[in-house]
Every structure is written in structure tokens, then in C-alpha cells.
Design a protein around this ligand. Structure first.
Ligand SMILES: Nc1ncnc2c1ncn2[C@@H]1O[C@H](COP(=O)(O)OP(=O)(O)O)[C@@H](O)[C@H]1O
Ligand SMILES: [Mg+2]
Length: 233
């Protein structure tokens, strides 16, 4: 296992509180919810930003957390880790080029020592095929046993099926919607497509909410998919 130090980015005002609310909602979803997948309709809605912050937030509470980046098409963990230390990532492991221990990086940043991350590794020509291997479901199952919490970042469901392939290995999902960007019908369709995987959507996180509405991030919990909010427009 290799030590890394993830930068501790200062969050926009209000977001820290929202991340804590999201953490509470996930905690109250039940004891059996130990691996949570995050997806969205499109790219750039904030999956990676939120997964990193939520993983840090659980780690801060003393939970042993692993953040797994399965967005083989747009990884931000790779870039953050690149500082010369990344040797192997998920794609190496899934294609049989290294051992499990080689892809788990331990965060040594003060206060967040309980956080471990698995970066994607170099992008591959066949991301969907690679994610479909039994090796990934086995890995996620093992991680669920070894860690208190597994946070899974995925590719957007509206464009590719990768998230639905990973979904059966998760206990539940949080669907991220960028406020004002994706319309209700599109998001609803994407959620329905995702739910066909059999993975339960725990709630919707409305991200990048207009400052004038008093908050940067808003988490709408439950099965309502943010109906109320979206239909306001
Ligand atoms: N709540 C937020 N407020 C402001 N900017 C945000 C917020 N969430 C994400 N961003 C920014 O939006 C961009 C896309 O976010 P990212 O997490 O990479 O999206 P995704 O992983 O869904 O593609 C990044 O530049 C990120 O810093
Ligand atoms: Mg991302």
C-alpha cells in the first residue's frame, strides 16, 4: 500500500454543512448500507467532488473508508494522485497486471488518515468490458468486508451503462443532479434506467444550487427524486 496526501481543498461556503447532511442521510439509510454508489445523468454534475468530500467526511468520523473511482472515462482521482506516486490503478488490477494491495492508496493528510482511495489507472479502450469482469464485483465485495464504508464514483448513466454494471455490487446509490442543468424528464429517465440494475436509489443530491437560494448543495432524501424542486421551474 502506498501513502499519498490528498489535498484538503477548502469548500465553498455552505457545502461543508450539506456534505454532513448527506452523510447523516446515508447513515440513517440503515446499518446494511455499507457501499454507496454515486452517479448522475451527465458529466460535470459533481460526482467526483461529492464522492471525495463524502468519503473524507466519513473518515473524519473515524470510519475506515475506501473511495473507488470507477469512472474510467473521466477520472479526477488520477490527476490528484499523479504527484509521481501512482503506479497502479483499477484498470491494471482488472486486467490482471497487479495485486489488490497495489491499487489501494492510503491518505496521510492529517485528520483523514482513515481514508483510502483506488484510482482508475490509465484509461482503456474497453471500459465497459473491463468493469463487467467478475474481478470487479469480487473486489467490491472484499472491500465491503474490509472497510466500514465503500464510496463508489461512476460514469454518468445518461451517456454510458458503466454505472449500471457496477450497481449490483453496491447497497444503494445517490443520484446527483446539477441544479438548473438537467431537466426533470431527463433525470427521471436516467434514474429509471439506473434502477433497472436492481440497485436502490437512496436519494437525490441536488448540486450547485444557486447561491441566492441560500445554499450550494442540497440533498433531497427519499424516493421523491427531487420532484418538488424540479417542478418549481
Ligand atoms: N457544489 C459545487 N459548487 C461549485 N462547483 C462545483 C460544485 N460541485 C462540483 N463543482 C465543480 O464542477 C466541476 C465538475 O465537477 P466533478 O465533480 O468533476 O463532476 P463529475 O464527476 O460529475 O463529472 C468541477 O470543476 C467542480 O469543481
Ligand atoms: Mg467525475
Amino acid at each position: 500500500m502506498i501513502d499519498i496526501e490528498l489535498e484538503n481543498k477548502k469548500l465553498p461556503f455552505g457545502m461543508t454543512e450539506e456534505v454532513k447532511n448527506l452523510r447523516t442521510s446515508i447513515t440513517f439509510a440503515g446499518d446494511n448500507i455499507k457501499s454507496v454508489l454515486f452517479t448522475s445523468t451527465m458529466t460535470n454534475e459533481g460526482k467526483s467532488t461529492i464522492t471525495i468530500e463524502i468519503a473524507k467526511s466519513f473518515a473524519e468520523l473515524g470510519k475506515k473508508v475506501v473511495l473507488v473511482d470507477t469512472d474510467l472515462r473521466k477520472s479526477i482521482l488520477n490527476m490528484k494522485l499523479i504527484s509521481g506516486k501512482m503506479k497502479f490503478g483499477l484498470t491494471h488490477y482488472l486486467s490482471g497486471q497487479c495485486d489488490k494491495d497495489d491499487i489501494i492508496y492510503h491518505n496521510t493528510a492529517k485528520g483523514f488518515e482513515n481514508l483510502y482511495v483506488i484510482p482508475t489507472g490509465p484509461s482503456t479502450k474497453a471500459p465497459t468490458e473491463l468493469l463487467s469482469t467478475e474481478k470487479l464485483s469480487k473486489l467490491l465485495k472484499d472491500l465491503r468486508n474490509d472497510y466500514d464504508m465503500v464510496i463508489i464514483d461512476t460514469a454518468p448513466i445518461g451517456t454510458v451503462t458503466d454505472a449500471a454494471i457496477v450497481a449490483p455490487s453496491a447497497d444503494g446509490a445517490v443520484f446527483i443532479i446539477e441544479s438548473g442543468k438537467v431537466n426533470y424528464k431527463t433525470a427521471q429517465k436516467a434514474i429509471e434506467k439506473f434502477e433497472m440494475s436492481g440497485c436502490k436509489v437512496l436519494g437525490v443530491a441536488l448540486n450547485k444550487v444557486d447561491k441566492s437560494k441560500g445554499s450550494y448543495g442540497y440533498y433531497k432524501y427519499g424516493k421523491e427524486y427531487g420532484y418538488e424542486y424540479v417542478s418549481e421551474k
